[in-house]
Design a protein around this ligand. Structure first.
Ligand SMILES: Cc1cc2nc3c(=O)[nH]c(=O)nc-3n(C[C@H](O)[C@H](O)[C@H](O)COP(=O)(O)OP(=O)(O)OC[C@H]3O[C@@H](n4cnc5c(N)ncnc54)[C@H](O)[C@@H]3O)c2cc1C
Length: 462
């Protein structure tokens, strides 16, 4: 049975005195539509998401989050939470409700002896890595430095170190979380273990996370970078990439990409990161660098923070974005042909197709060990449509959907909660949906947190 969520309807009109009392109760700022900074504060990564919350609370501590949850509940306001604001689908921005903005909460505490970091939810990956790297320590996260830690970590989090050390969700030791009733809970293996399981992949469905406790690993340097080839070699390069990826040791994570260079030429790229000794990295990467040969070879030893900026320039803030992520069972020639044919007619030169990799430590974790279910997809096909002019939405979205449909037969049916539009919670949470929905019923029975790939709370009959 699904519990009703009718209670959270349209926002009521709030009186000046009510708003003033709320403002007085906060340590951070309350930003309203009439405030000068409102338009700047409501901006998110994807310019297509142009929404106007009734209230924005710029939280600076857990107290502000509790106040926001209680205020929203008592005034029947729908809520959204924003960490780094990179949800391409717009799950971190709401029309007419209350935005719990965590982006100012950026504290990091590193315990170099225990190799644990405590991190707040407003951090971007680059900011988090800059702090931990001071100690020669890093957590496996994503591949772009501007992405928010919170949304990435709550949805799964895969990147350059996942083959060696697993996904971000595999490296979370605990959370501080404000639940739908305004309680501050700790969740770990020993405290609220069901919530701990659900938060590791369940995205924003279970509460507002105010602190993450994350494992750290000693990684000072990696061997990484990018190889670029002419688009005419795309099929050959992607077939070669398939062999490279399927035989890669845990230390080596590789992606392939179809992209357009700034001079307008379409290219195909292999991106790689080797975590281990630089000598061994050079040896493992040598046959890959010899293939082709590439027209540009940007592989070299670099800091982890640097490999984490490889795709930054291609994904600036403020563009129109429409993405799709399909887990792939494998990468047969037919799928490669569909991908290359689609990129040959891509409507926007800013768009790219990324074939990412989930292997090694990340793939050895059971799909039910955390709420992130998609351990069976060796690759994700990420169709990244990016364009400037809002009037070109239709053609770009159609192109994205066409390629997703053309490759559907090779897909596992799973999608990444952090990359998809639409109501697709069953595909996003897969085998874990039922258990998540039971846990949702315990911690959020009225579905207060529902502006997301929504897990509906269920109760057992009888
Ligand atoms: C350029 C780019 C590169 C990317 N690369 C990768 C990658 O390499 N690997 C990868 O795994 N993903 C990647 N992603 C996807 C990324 O994981 C998501 O965009 C994610 O949403 C980013 O986190 P955020 O904090 O910026 O998100 P937000 O937009 O702030 O939030 C995303 C979701 O999480 C919820 N949320 C945010 N903060 C909290 C909180 N404190 N408590 C509870 N819920 C919260 C929001 O309500 C929303 O539902 C990439 C995305 C982009 C745009």
């Amino acid at each position: 049975m699904v519990l009703t969520e009718e209670r959270y309807g349209a926002a009521p009109v709030l009186g000046a005195a009510t708003l003033q009392d709320f403002r007085n109760s906060l340590h951070g700022q309350l930003v309203l539509p009439q405030d000068a900074e409102y338009d700047e504060v409501r901006k998110v990564f994807n310019a297509m998401i142009d929404r106007r919350p009734a209230l924005i609370v710029q939280c600076i501590d857990t107290h502000d989050v509790v106040q926001s949850v209680q205020f929203a509940r008592s005034h029947n306001l729908p809520v959204a939470m924003r960490g780094g604001g990179h949800s391409v689908a717009g799950h971190s921005m709401i029309e007419g409700g209350l935005l719990i903005d965590l982006s100012l909460m950026k504290n990091v505490e590193v315990d170099p002896v225990k190799r644990i970091a405590k991190a707040q939810p407003g951090l971007r990956l680059g900011e988090y890595i800059a702090e931990t790297e001071k100690w020669g320590l890093v957590t496996p996260t994503g591949t772009a430095s501007d992405t928010g830690l919170a949304g990435l970590a709550l949805g799964g989090g895969y990147g350059w170190l996942s083959g060696k050390y697993g996904m971000t969700v595999d490296n979370i030791l605990g959370f501080e979380v404000v639940t739908a009733d305004g309680q501050v809970l700790h969740a770990s293996e020993t405290e609220n273990a069901d919530l701990f399981w659900a938060l590791r992949g369940g995205s924003g469905n279970f509460g507002v996370v105010t602190s993450f406790e994350l494992k750290l690993y000693m990684v000072t340097e990696v061997f990484g970078g990018m190889l670029l080839y002419p688009f005419a070699m795309a099929r050959e390069v992607l077939r070669f990439y398939r062999e490279v990826a399927s035989t890669a040791p845990d230390e080596l994570t590789t992606y392939a990409a179809l992209l357009t260079a700034p001079d307008g030429q379409k290219m195909v790229a292999i991106l790689a990161c080797y975590t281990g000794s630089m000598k061994e990295g050079e040896r493992v990467l040598a046959p890959i660098r010899e293939f082709g040969p590439p027209v540009v070879d940007l592989m070299r030893p670099m800091r982890y923070s640097e490999v984490n900026t490889l795709i930054d320039e291609a994904n600036p803030q403020g563009m129109q974005n429409y993405w799709k992520w399909n887990g792939l069972k494998d990468l047969p020639d037919e799928a490669i042909d569909a991908i290359v044919d689609a990129y040959a007619r891509v409507p926007s030169p800013r768009s790219a197709i990324l074939i990412d990799q989930l292997h090694g430590a990340a793939s050895r974790v059971s799909p039910t060990a955390t709420a992130f279910a998609h351990r069976d997809a060796p690759h994700g096909l990420v169709i990244i449509s990016l364009w400037d002019d809002p009037s070109e939405a239709e053609v770009n979205i159609a192109w994205t959907k066409e390629l997703a449909a053309a490759t559907e037969e090779y897909s596992t049916g799973g999608i990444y909660v952090n990359a998809e539009f639409g109501d697709k919670a069953h595909a996003a949470f897969g085998v874990n949906y039922e258990r998540l929905s039971q846990i949702k019923a315990k911690y959020d029975p009225t579905n207060f947190f529902r502006h997301n790939q929504n897990i509906k709370p269920t109760v057992n009959a009888g």
